[in-house]
Design a protein around this ligand. Structure first.
Ligand code: PMP
Length: 390
């Protein structure tokens, strides 16, 4: 491959000892940071007071929407993929290189911004049925946007396959400047390494290594794998829990070892798309970044769309926090894990950490659509929300 092989990192990760330099370094943020990249990482970890009080355990959320390039954890991933490609001379500043990616979401926004800050062009391929807001934002960030007809992942014209092909053609064509680099967030291990090297250590430092569970969904699997690989060997008894939206195959995979069980009515045929309004998490296939840390996952919680919406509404009313769809799934799953911890083990003072990936403003047209509620009367009680989650 074009990038570091998965096995190399898995081996490196397993030989890192607790107490290594990455933890010891306190890494205080400098007063003046360097450019756009100074806005990436070192995000706050906040306790949700209302939710924690109701559950009797601390629910802490890593505020990844405060990454300041593209306002999501994908800022870390974009920077990491570009830096690793530079280390291998797959990208060279000043050569006129172009970064290609097939993405419908946050990764394209982060890549477009970070690419410009490091002197590259970005070419983003996306399905033509996506909302025009996404492509116009990318255009404003200086990216080239190519909209391709919707197709399955096995189709050569799927947007990911298109991006891969464009990168290869760019490099082999003599009349184009620079080289093409296919970022490939699903398989490129620089993705989970970003979380192994930054998100995981930050959570460790911010909690002093005191936490009972880390809960997160998987879109590429980078966050879950990278954070789990860092924290699991260092935090005794830590539970790693996958938060999965409806229609994803990962819940079944963690629970029963199969993605889609033939005994389940919904799973008689292999699906190609996650059937949920929740964008960005859930998978119907294995990815390199998910597999990297998959053996560290202890449990899974499935959250259906209605439950995630109720929880998102509850968080606005009680915490003043307006979050996106995948974050609502994460926080709901964290609350379920916290509730079990408090009930089953009577563990007062337990602590669950999860991720808020992006703001609700990115999800007005789907996840938040139709939520016209303004008042307390629409508020469903927390107990009722968590009871209806499967
Ligand atoms: N939330 C959102 C909004 C995302 O776009 C993504 C990434 N696709 C995730 C969560 C999941 O992160 P990861 O890719 O690290 O599994």
């Amino acid at each position: 491959g074009d990038y570091l092989r998965l096995e190399d990192h898995t081996r490196t990760a397993s030989v890192v000892n607790p107490g290594d330099s990455v933890i010891r370094a306190k890494n205080p943020a400098p007063a003046i940071r360097e450019g756009l990249e100074g806005l990436i990482g070192n995000t706050p970890l906040i306790k949700l007071p209302a939710l924690s009080a109701e559950l009797g355990v601390e629910i802490l959320v890593k505020c990844e929407f405060l990454n300041g390039a593209g306002n999501s954890p994908k800022d870390r991933v974009a920077l990491s993929m570009i830096k690793h490609a530079e280390e291998e001379s797959l990208l060279v500043p000043g050569r006129g290189d172009t970064i290609y990616e097939g993405t419908v979401g946050s990764t394209g926004i982060s890549l477009a911004a970070v690419a410009r800050s490091r002197g590259y062009r970005a070419h983003i391929c996306m399905p033509s049925d996506q909302s025009p807001e996404k492509s116009s934002l990318l255009l404003k960030l200086g990216a080239t946007v190519e909209r391709v007809p919707p197709a399955g992942i096995t189709d050569p014209d799927h947007f990911v396959n298109t991006a891969r092909r464009r990168a290869a053609n760019h490099t082999s064509s003599s009349d184009q400047a620079g080289r093409g680099f296919f970022a490939d967030q699903f398989e490129n291990t620089a993705n989970y390494l970003a979380h192994f090297e930054t998100t995981g250590p930050e959570i460790y430092r911010q909690t002093d290594g005191q936490l009972d569970a880390f809960v997160a969904g998987a879109g590429t699997g980078g966050t879950l794998s990278g954070v789990a690989m860092f924290l699991k060997p260092r935090v005794q008894g830590l539970n790693i829990v996958l938060a999965d939206p409806q229609g994803s195959g990962l819940y079944n995979w963690v629970k029963y070892g199969v993605m889609f069980s033939p005994t389940e009515a919904e799973g008689t045929r292999r699906r190609h798309q996650v059937d949920s309004v929740v964008e960005g998490i859930g998978l119907t296939r294995q990815t390199g970044n998910f597999l990297a840390g998959a053996n560290l996952i202890d449990d899974a919680v499935r959250v259906d769309d209605d439950t995630a919406r109720l929880m998102a509404r509850w968080l606005v009313q009680k915490e003043g926090l307006f979050i996106g769809a995948s974050s609502a799934v994460n926080v709901t799953a964290a609350a379920i894990v916290g509730k079990r911890l408090a009930e089953k083990e009577g563990k007062k003072g337990g602590r669950i950490v999860t991720v808020v990936c992006d703001s609700g403003t990115r999800h007005l047209s789907r996840f938040w659509k139709g939520d016209g509620s303004n008042g307390e009367e629409s508020l469903v009680e927390l107990g009722q929300i968590l009871d209806q989650a499967k």
